[in-house]
Design a protein around this ligand. Structure first.
Ligand SMILES: NC(=O)c1ccc[n+]([C@@H]2O[C@H](COP(=O)([O-])OP(=O)(O)OC[C@H]3O[C@@H](n4cnc5c(N)ncnc54)[C@H](O)[C@@H]3O)[C@@H](O)[C@H]2O)c1
Length: 266
């Protein structure tokens, strides 16, 4: 059901790779709610060609940008505001990638150059993006900036590896920049901490299927789906949440408040 919650709002959505991507669902929902936006992803992700299908569906264009490159981000923000005809109201950072996870390195034997690359892609890119938006004065008053995160920033999930520190850094950038954007233009900056979700990034983590089932049983509402995550993002982009900022918001079916569930003892 669409309620035109984003009517008249303009944005940028990062990270739609294929139909499983959380960002893909956010784009579909934002479009249904009357939002206008440009899509972006790393130039390598363009090779899959899928994102162009989404762009067609949402009557928009794709502007490639490597989120670790200031030059790419500056170009993206300049082009997006030009194409959409003015400053922006909503931004979704839905980017995560770990070289050590991808190459199967255990936490006790990490390659630290790869770790820095992981931090750059998964966390520092968020600061780079916000700094670019800030300097180009590309956000409207009461705009909303979101990044997606995971509870491994607060608690230990051993196979999540160096992504745990990436997410801790990402959440901290949201709080710190939330201050600067809030005092400047009442722009909100938050992170949404999402349940395990079957996507390319998610299923790259070792033992993901078993862990997905465990979290599903531990959560009174079950794991939150990508579709429900998209709905939450829309709520956070809308005018209904204008005073929520600098928060890490759990969207996890109750997982983060649980200690033990009888469902797991069966
Ligand atoms: N899937 C899960 O279980 C889960 C749970 C909690 C949080 N998250 C977070 O949700 C976000 C989206 O992930 P997803 O699960 O939809 O997976 P996904 O693989 O569909 O999305 C990750 C995206 O990051 C993009 N990306 C990688 N390197 C990039 C770069 N240098 N520049 C620009 N983009 C780049 C990829 O192309 C891809 O589109 C990530 O931040 C992830 O950590 C995922």
């Amino acid at each position: 059901m669409a309620n035109n919650l984003l009517a008249g709002k303009k944005g940028i959505i990062f990270g739609a790779l294929d139909e499983q991507s959380i960002a893909w669902k956010v784009a579909e929902r934002a479009y249904a709610e009357g939002g206008r936006f440009v899509l972006t992803n790393a130039p390598v992700a363009m090779r899959f060609g899928k994102i162009n299908e989404l762009a067609e569906q949402c009557q928009t264009s794709v502007i490639p940008a490597d989120a670790t490159s200031m030059e790419d981000l500056e170009n993206l923000v300049a082009k997006a505001t030009e194409e959409l005809g003015g400053p922006l109201d909503f931004i979704l950072h839905s980017i995560g990638m770990s070289l050590n996870v991808r190459k199967g390195k255990p936490y006790t034997d990490l390659n630290h150059e790869w770790m820095q690359k992981t931090f750059d892609i998964s966390a520092i890119s968020f600061h780079k993006l916000m700094q670019t938006l800030y300097k180009q004065e590309a956000m409207n008053d009461h705009g909303s900036i979101l990044a997606l995160t995971y509870i491994a920033a607060q608690r230990v999930f051993p196979d999540y590896n160096e992504m745990a520190e990436s997410k801790a850094l990402l959440e901290s950038f949201a709080r710190s920049f939330g201050y600067h954007f809030g005092t400047l233009k009442k722009v909100r900056v938050n992170t949404i901490s999402q349940s395990p979700t079957m996507t390319t990034a998610g299923s790259g983590v070792k033992g993901f299927k078993e862990f997905f089932d465990y979290a599903d049983k531990m959560s009174p509402l079950g794991n939150a789906s990508a579709e429900d995550c998209a709905a939450y993002c829309i709520a956070m982009f809308s005018d209904l949440t204008r005073s929520v900022t600098m928060q890490n918001l759990y969207h996890d079916g109750g997982f983060s408040s649980m200690g033990m569930s009888p469902a797991l003892l069966g």
